[in-house]
Design a protein around this ligand. Structure first.
Ligand code: FAD
Length: 317
């Protein structure tokens, strides 16, 4: 089923979550261990992130260094197919522009289509660690909007090779990312909304937001979207703070602010267990308020650890 149809059919707020492929070398059981505890909340869909290659240097003879590309977390497509079949749940693979040319993107979409996966979260991806800014692959896309357009074309049966006879159309429902606190490269929120609108006009059917800790920022973002004629469902993304380290990690990695009250509460904690408790309570309160606001779904970032999200879901849903 397509995510947008699942949302349209529901009268109450849905529960969904995101997982990461495990580090290379781990088995699929690792994924199931993270999903099993959350299945009792009947997830509307499960997202699986995509991780592009990183570069590393290996020492070779005579002191030479060899630059090699490694994918530390491969398996997005395989995981989606495996959990779709095991749990009979809607799976949403993330597809990124980074590291893909258009041909590779098309082939990835064909794989997904053959596997019966009808949903994709279309993203640009970040710059790789050795680059200061995002560099598109040669013959690839520079922005998520271009990826959305390619998927929409495939949904119309338009393949890159115009000579294909009787091309079979795909039927992907496309989601895109939105940023209540604006994307970190964007000069201001209105500029970011302008480009978000382009993704919707190109054919994306819903938005999933970057995580945030202050619901007011989400409410303001929804209002801004509606005022700018973006009327698709907007799904808030939440992640609980679980360690003191998150106080600096979250702003640095996700470019979000943490409310003063939350920071003060966490700074007072004497153990990591206390921090976890505060983080979970904060996300429960956020979830309850978002449900009251009438959001279509709440999407939790598990980072492969389901314990905290299980506690939150058992109080909020
Ligand atoms: P875009 O929509 O392309 O926007 C990127 C920047 O360019 C923004 O500042 C925007 O305002 C601007 N912009 C957009 N279009 C144009 C245009 N036409 N001309 C000029 N400027 C433009 N990353 C991964 O690598 N793997 C994942 O699995 C993953 N999952 C994610 C899931 C969610 C819900 C979110 C919120 C993010 C995720 N990311 C993931 C991170 C994401 O790839 C980065 O935030 C990336 O920097 C931007 O992606 P985007 O799709 O929002 O890009």
């Amino acid at each position: 089923m397509r995510v947008i149809d699942r949302i349209s059919k529901s009268k109450s707020t849905l529960f969904s979550f995101e997982i990461l492929p495990p580090l290379k070398g781990k088995g699929i059981e690792y994924i199931y261990e993270g999903i099993d505890p959350l299945m009792e909340f009947k997830p509307a869909f499960i997202n699986v992130t995509y991780h592009r290659e990183e570069f590393a240097y290996k020492k070779r003879e005579k002191g030479y260094l060899e630059k090699i590309a490694i994918k530390k977390r491969p398996g997005t497509v395989g995981i989606c197919a495996a959990i779709k079949s095991k749990y009979d749940v809607i799976t949403v693979p993330h597809l990124i522009c980074g590291g893909f040319n258009k041909e590779e993107t098309e082939n990835a979409l064909i794989d997904l289509h053959f596997l019966g996966i009808k949903n994709v979260l279309a993203l640009r991806g970040d710059a790789i660690k050795t680059e200061v800014a995002f560099v598109p692959e040669e013959g690839g896309h520079a922005h998520a909007v271009d990826l959305v357009k390619q998927i929409v074309d495939l949904n119309k049966g338009i393949y890159l090779d115009e000579e294909i006879v009787s091309p079979h159309p795909t039927d992907f429902c496309i989601g895109v990312a939105g940023y209540p606190e604006k994307h970190f490269e964007s000069p201001n929120i209105l500029n970011d909304i302008k480009y978000l609108k382009q993704k919707i006009e190109a054919g994306a059917e819903y938005i999933v937001t970057q995580l945030f800790f202050d619901n007011q920022k989400f409410f303001d973002f929804v209002k801004l979207c509606r005022n700018n004629d973006i009327h698709v469902p907007i799904i808030p993304g939440l992640k609980p703070i679980t360690t003191k380290h998150h106080l600096s990690f979250m702003p640095k990695f996700f470019h979000v602010d943490l409310p003063g009250v939350l920071v003060e509460e966490i700074e007072k904690c004497k153990s990591e267990e206390e921090v976890r408790q505060i983080g979970i309570e904060w996300t429960i309160a956020q979830s309850k308020e978002l449900i009251k606001f009438g959001v279509p779904c709440i999407h939790y970032y598990t980072m492969g650890k389901s314990e905290a999200v299980k506690k939150i879901a058992s109080h909020a849903f």
